[in-house]
Ligand binder design. Structure first.
Ligand SMILES: *[C@@H]1O[C@H](CO)[C@@H](O)[C@H](O)[C@H]1NC(C)=O
Ligand SMILES: *[C@@H]1O[C@H](CO)[C@@H](O)[C@H](O)[C@H]1NC(C)=O
Ligand SMILES: *[C@@H]1O[C@H](CO)[C@@H](O)[C@H](O)[C@H]1NC(C)=O
Ligand SMILES: *[C@@H]1O[C@H](CO)[C@@H](O)[C@H](O)[C@H]1NC(C)=O
Ligand SMILES: *[C@@H]1O[C@H](CO)[C@@H](O)[C@H](O)[C@H]1NC(C)=O
Ligand SMILES: *[C@@H]1O[C@H](CO)[C@@H](O)[C@H](O)[C@H]1NC(C)=O
Length: 228
């Protein structure tokens, strides 16, 4: 299909739309699909809660049906080219609509190509880049970067499973060309950090009660870590 499309576009002298993400082959596309499918499943939890709170409980059935279906897909992605078990943990990580939309906005939507994205009613956070590559499921320090002129009062928060968010101090912050690079501990063993881990930079270090609480105080994010 892409080949035919390319020929058609060339025929009309129109340039072909280039792939909008880093994966251009199936083997690298599958882990990418696993990552965003996990974010979708996590965010649908929040959608179900909001439907209940708004008195739209009859729609929750559709959300639960979709969650199950997405879980079936994710199980395949986890086993296809990777040596992972189909289900990563008993209770999948919680996310919010803010983190779901910003994961799309920062990684897939080409700026200026979505004419009416201004009507999507979510706050826009800055990008949190996870600079450490190929993160393994072990205790370590991770390196991140954000575009800012100060990291005063900022903290790093990890969200995993349905556990309380984990707040870590930012260290070694160094500034260059308007970007701050910094490190934070990744306390894997102590917190049994399995499955999808959502990372955010917040302007508060107070104990967070859940992922909505984190999103309310997020300035940069989400960063995604999904090692196992
Ligand atoms: C999520 O993406 C990372 C980075 O590409 C990859 O290493 C990891 O295997 C992916 N996770 C899963 C469960 O596929
Ligand atoms: C992370 O860095 C801190 C400060 O340098 C250090 O105390 C800690 O042991 C490091 N953690 C790991 C797992 O290496
Ligand atoms: C830093 O940036 C913020 C917002 O981008 C701005 O309000 C503030 O004045 C800046 N501070 C300095 C010291 O440049
Ligand atoms: C901060 O930098 C020092 C010197 O490069 C290094 O020893 C230390 O481990 C770093 N801290 C973290 C948390 O990575
Ligand atoms: C997050 O902010 C919204 C809007 O201000 C508020 O309704 C909600 O209760 C807050 N959630 C948490 C968990 O603090
Ligand atoms: C922290 O960030 C949130 C979200 O951007 C914002 O609503 C709040 O005013 C900020 N609080 C402080 C103390 O800067």
């Amino acid at each position: 299909m892409p080949f035919k499309q390319g020929r058609l576009l060339r025929h009309f002298d129109v340039s072909q739309i280039q792939p909008a993400c880093s994966a251009t082959d199936l083997v690298s596309a599958i882990p990418l699909a696993a990552n965003f499918t996990a974010v979708v499943i996590s965010s649908l939890q929040d959608v179900a809660v909001r439907l209940g709170q708004n008195g739209d409980s009859s729609l929750i059935r559709d959300i639960v049906a979709t969650v199950g279906q997405e879980g079936e897909q994710l199980g395949v992605y986890r086993t296809l080219f990777q040596d992972l078990v189909p289900a990563d943990q008993p209770f999948l990580t919680q996310s919010t609509r803010e983190f779901a939309y910003l994961a799309l906005q920062q990684n897939f939507i080409v700026p200026g190509t979505c004419p009416n994205d201004n009507i999507i009613d979510v706050p826009i956070f800055g990008t949190l880049s996870v600079l450490t590559k190929n993160i393994q499921a072990v205790d370590q320090n991770l390196t991140f970067s954000i575009r800012t002129n100060s990291t005063e009062g900022f903290n790093l928060v990890y969200i995993n499973q349905l556990n309380l968010p984990i707040v870590q101090a930012i260290s070694n912050a160094t500034s260059s060309n308007g970007m701050f690079t910094f490190q934070a501990d990744f306390p894997f063993t102590k917190n049994n950090l399995n499955g999808l881990i959502i990372v955010a930079v917040t302007n508060s270090s107070a104990a967070f009660i859940n992922t909505n609480d984190v999103a309310n105080k997020t300035l940069f994010g989400p960063g995604l870590i999904y090692p196992n």
